[in-house]
Design a protein around this ligand. Sequence first.
Ligand code: 6LW
Length: 527
Amino acid sequence: MTTVTNPILPGCYPDPSICRVGEDYYLVSSTFEYFPGLPIHHSRDLVSWEPIGHAIDRAGQLDLDGMWSSSGLFAPTLRHHDGTFWLICTLVDQRDASRGGNFYVTATDPAGPWSDPVWIDESGIDPSLFFDDDGRIWVHGTRLAVEPRWHDQTEVWIRELDPVTGRLVGDEHVVWHGALENAVWAEGPHLYRVDGTYYLLAAEAGTEFHHAVCVARADTVTGPYVGHKGNPVLTHRHLGRETDVIGVGHADLVQAVDGSWWAVLLAMRPYGGYHYNLGRETFLVPLVWEDGWPVFAPGVGRVPMRVDVPFAADARPGVTQGVASGVVGPHDVRWTSLRGPAHDVATPDGDGWQLRLTPTTLAEPASPAFLGVRQQHTDVDVRVTLRAVPAAGSAEEVGVVVRQSEADHVRLFVTPATAEAGAPAGRRVVAVHRQGGVERTLGETTLAAEDSEPLVLTVSARGQDYALGVQGPGGEPTTVAVADGRTLDTVATGGFLGLWFGVYGTSNGLPTSTVAQVERFEYLPRG
Ligand code: 6LW
């Protein structure tokens, strides 16, 4: 028996979907504009999770270019059938509905390679797959109701998939609008067959404070589905905003080797006020079946912070539940770039990279020279050791960023001292807060050190205080500014993401040949 602490995947791992193959569990989550997309985690016991690869990991598989933050890859579903892994997902461009759509990819090894996308001729989001015992495959998903009776009413549709042609066939059935009258965003549907009965699990009320998990059942796969009288079967909306975990929903179920049932779902942990900078995280909840319905967290009725997993052997030492810690080397599977591969701009070198600056900035929905990892702890130090010599007289920047989006992030960067008469020689280290697309300098300092000597840029998050600091060679650490994290989470900015810590380099639109040496990136959880 092992007791696992929730969340099982801290940081921005929303919309989890899970499947089991023998004694192995695989889990996928949404990644929006980050690349590679759709990380696959593997576990043998639901306790320890290791990232093993991504379903979208090569140029040309999908086009994320031009998609603004919180567009991109939405809620995926992962299933295994007859030796093949299937992953179905939606590519969403929130500003251009003509781009994207629903697609699936397949693989025999969940670590990859995954196929190119097969596009499905149906609109909406949150597609899922159900493999029935008779060999038929059913796609289901969510879209805004075709004939809505209330604002933001959605409908869950289901239709058969011909796996040979990749096309939907036969009649479409609209099976669910949510459990409550006036429910908004009935979404994230998943179908299961348990003891001969079909169950439809779906979230509703939107992926924020009122989020909830509801269930309906039917005798035939296409319905009619009858909602459970006990809906919602799991929510934290009645606990108020002061509670430790909020926004519980978007669940997917798995039956373990020993016959026990489990849900993975998303929720958020606010701190420092009603803000959740780590984003929507993945939690594990036990469930049992009573009178033909699922009971989530029996006897508790909420997401437990500690979960006993009876069949899990003692926790494996060294397996850190997908959490980054210490030096995060250049080959670590957790690194992400934006919208496309980073190999054109970042060449692994020792513990770090050579990072080639490009004219593209972090304010554009493109692929700037950026590499980042999720913020997974409220209290953490990020230390980036750099040798950076931005071209004299230029507006080049090399630095660290706490990133929500193009419009909202905080940067601490090295840039040349201004060429103005009387200005000190050397390099400046500047902290800038870009908030709602408007930039404001939070602080700056000038480094006396030789250009070629390494310096350390730090972000020390302590709750909602993000202290931005620099330490030159032989010098004392200097705090350049402290940014307020409450301005950066989705409560403040909108969107779907938690925060990322990254390194970046830009020449701010001008041609450049500057290459920075990122010697080391350390992610050091504190407290
Ligand atoms: C996801 C959907 C949702 O597709 O958020 O508000 C989307 N609802 O279930 C992105 O995570």
